[in-house]
Design a protein around this ligand. Structure first.
Ligand SMILES: Cc1ncc(COP(=O)(O)OP(=O)(O)O)c(N)n1
Ligand SMILES: Cc1nc(C(=O)O)sc1CCOP(=O)(O)O
Ligand SMILES: [Mg+2]
Length: 218
């Protein structure tokens, strides 16, 4: 993907929990129209395991015309020809990720306040993941939820897309877009759904409707 193209509004992130089936869920989400897949692999997995899974998923993304991003392991992103990567506080800094992945890669950085958002923008981020928006049990050790208001303030601080993450569901995604987020990222809302295809369709409907509504009200 060319990083100058608009970034999709629904980022589906693979579930690292034991028993999750990332390939089945990703196939369903992509078939339903998810525009972005982020491959997130638990730290205990070897690079070879991460490579094998990511290669399968990048090929699926190609089949469906979706953007494929790789969380943390930028060498895996390069090796499989992914569109870019996502980095946070414990990963390579955004400016170094840009050196690794190159000038046209899609590079996301995690931020939790407007000051960090501006710094990541200056460092060369293409988009920001901002959260946790709401409470989540998917990841341990996160700070308290910051809510839609703070996500909106982050979005207002930068001129790149902001993606709200953390506890996002079809019931809450619209609030984040209304507050100013470009889109949302989800793990559990799709991975734990009885029907990941239907859950993706519902989230896409909510996000696209909220974005249209926001456009009309400006
Ligand atoms: C879209 C998006 N936003 C935030 C994150 C979190 O990244 P990070 O802080 O590096 O934490 P891990 O995902 O690596 O545990 C994300 N992955 N995606
Ligand atoms: C991986 C991740 N990062 C977050 C952050 O706020 O940085 S929240 C999160 C987990 C998102 O999973 P779910 O959609 O199931 O809440
Ligand atoms: Mg990370």
């Amino acid at each position: 993907m060319d990083s100058s193209l608009p970034l999709g509004r629904l980022h589906v992130i693979t579930d690292t929990r034991p028993g999750a089936d990332p390939v089945r869920v990703a196939r369903a989400a992509l078939a339903a129209g998810a525009p972005v897949l982020q491959v997130r692999v638990a730290d205990h997995h070897t690079d070879r395991e991460a490579f094998d899974l990511t290669l399968t998923l990048v090929e699926l993304c190609r089949e469906y015309g979706a953007t494929c991003l790789v969380n943390d392991r930028l060498h895996v992103a390069l090796a499989v020809g992914a569109d870019g990567g996502h980095v946070g506080a414990h990963d390579l800094p955004v400016h170094a990720a840009r050196v690794v992945l190159g000038g046209t890669a899609v590079i996301g950085g995690t931020c939790r306040n407007p000051e960090a958002a501006r710094a990541l923008r200056r460092a060369g981020a293409s988009y920001l993941g901002a959260g946790p928006a709401f409470a989540t049990t998917t990841k341990d050790g996160l700070p308290e939820p910051i809510g839609p208001g703070a996500i909106g303030r982050i979005a207002a601080a930068v001129d790149i897309p902001v993606i709200g993450i953390g506890g996002v569901t079809a019931a809450t995604a619209g609030e984040l877009i209304e507050a100013g987020a470009h889109g949302v990222a989800v793990v559990g809302a799709i991975s734990l759904a009885p029907d990941p295809y239907a859950a993706t369709r519902e989230l896409l409907d909510v996000v696209e409707r909220a974005a249209r509504q926001r456009g009309r009200s400006r």
